[in-house]
Design a protein around this ligand. Structure first.
Ligand code: CUA
Length: 339
């Protein structure tokens, strides 16, 4: 090969590799990294991207060079030279991909096993997926349930997934973690958050009409703040004071997103105004507490005129413990009375 040809091959390779690297690095492809696992996954991602850029620059150099250098003249109808393979080339283009793919396989296996390693003192959270909500249960805190995934920073959390109906998939992009939830089996995931903040939890398995709305939030906070939250909430659940316990259930299960309730400073308008519960119970012809309980466990039993059916999740009867349900009912009964 002539000196000039090698120089042009290398030149084209550097230019195309440079363009590919610029596209990879200059654009913000990934969301912020908020967990230890994310750091390892990103390493693997950039490892593969680097390999791809190198291969891309070699292939584009050879291709562009050949297109120009070996272009047949417009009136050249002759056959090409009879070439019968090249053992050296065959070995090279088998060996290099084998080495690269093996390297990707080994590094991925290391990343996966590190991400899966259990740490001492891991926090356990049971995650229940159902059309179309996420519920997070904290066994350490008397089975407290929350509609938001609260997590302490710098401490591993073991998430255990259960599905009540179909396959869903838990995904937090900032953690770079995802796990299917499958009816009948318990799946799990370990996450060690490293950055305070709120990150969207989304379902990314098509699971029915409300799939796109099956979202929640993961909130990562300082360990001390988390302990304070957990203790406060779990005390509220077991305090026997229906006001405090019921208010906690109301807050943790996302009721405020859809309902108005002055006592909780809730201003949702998707569902009926809970300050008007006594009047609504009267319209339905039922005692107030019974009416509230049925409306939570079987929301389609009575539909307040002006509101559509099937909007209120029909799963709270199962998701809430008896104690939580009792305290929520008495909380709503007492806070709506006299309004
Ligand atoms: Cu659950 Cu999509």
């Amino acid at each position: 090969m002539r000196r000039g040809s090698i120089a042009s091959l290398v030149g084209i390779g550097i230019v195309s590799g440079g363009i590919a690297a610029a596209v990879a690095l200059a654009l913000p492809w990934l969301p912020v990294s908020a967990s230890k696992e994310a750091g390892r996954t990103d390493f693997e991602f950039w490892f593969v991207v680097t390999i791809c850029i190198v291969i891309f620059s070699i292939v584009s150099a050879v291709m562009l060079y050949s297109v120009v250098r070996f272009r047949a003249a417009p009136d050249d109808d002759s056959d090409g030279p009879p070439i019968h393979g090249h053992t050296g080339l065959e070995i090279t283009w088998t060996l290099i991909p084998t080495v690269l793919v093996t390297a990707i396989g080994i590094t991925s296996a290391i990343v996966l096993s590190r991400n899966d390693a259990s740490a001492k003192n891991a926090l356990e959270v049971d995650v229940v997926a159902q059309q179309f909500t996420w519920t997070f249960r904290y066994p350490e805190a008397n089975g407290l349930t929350s509609a938001t995934l609260m997590l302490p920073r710098d401490r591993q959390t073991l998430l255990r997934f259960e599905s009540k109906d179909v396959i869903h998939s838990f995904f937090v992009a900032e953690f770079r973690l995802t796990q299917d939830t499958v009816p009948g089996i318990t799946t799990s995931l370990r996450v060690t958050p490293t950055r305070d903040g709120s990150y969207p939890v989304i379902c990314h398995e098509l699971c029915g009409l409300g799939h796109a709305t099956m979202r929640s939030t993961a909130v990562v906070m300082e360990p001390a703040a988390f302990d304070k939250w957990l203790n406060g909430q779990s005390k509220a659940v077991t305090s026997g004071n229906p006001g405090t316990a019921g208010a906690a259930v109301f807050k943790n299960n996302g009721c405020a997103a859809c309902h108005t309730l002055a006592a909780a400073a809730a201003k949702g308008t998707v569902g009926p105004d809970l300050d008007k519960l006594p009047a609504e119970a009267q319209q339905a012809g039922k005692p107030l507490a019974d009416f509230i309980r049925t409306s939570i466990t079987d929301p389609n039993a009575y539909i307040q005129p002006g509101y559509p059916r099937n909007v209120m999740p029909q799963t709270f009867g199962k998701a809430l413990s008896k104690q939580q349900l009792d305290s929520l009912v008495s909380y709503l009964t007492s806070s709506s009375k006299g309004k």
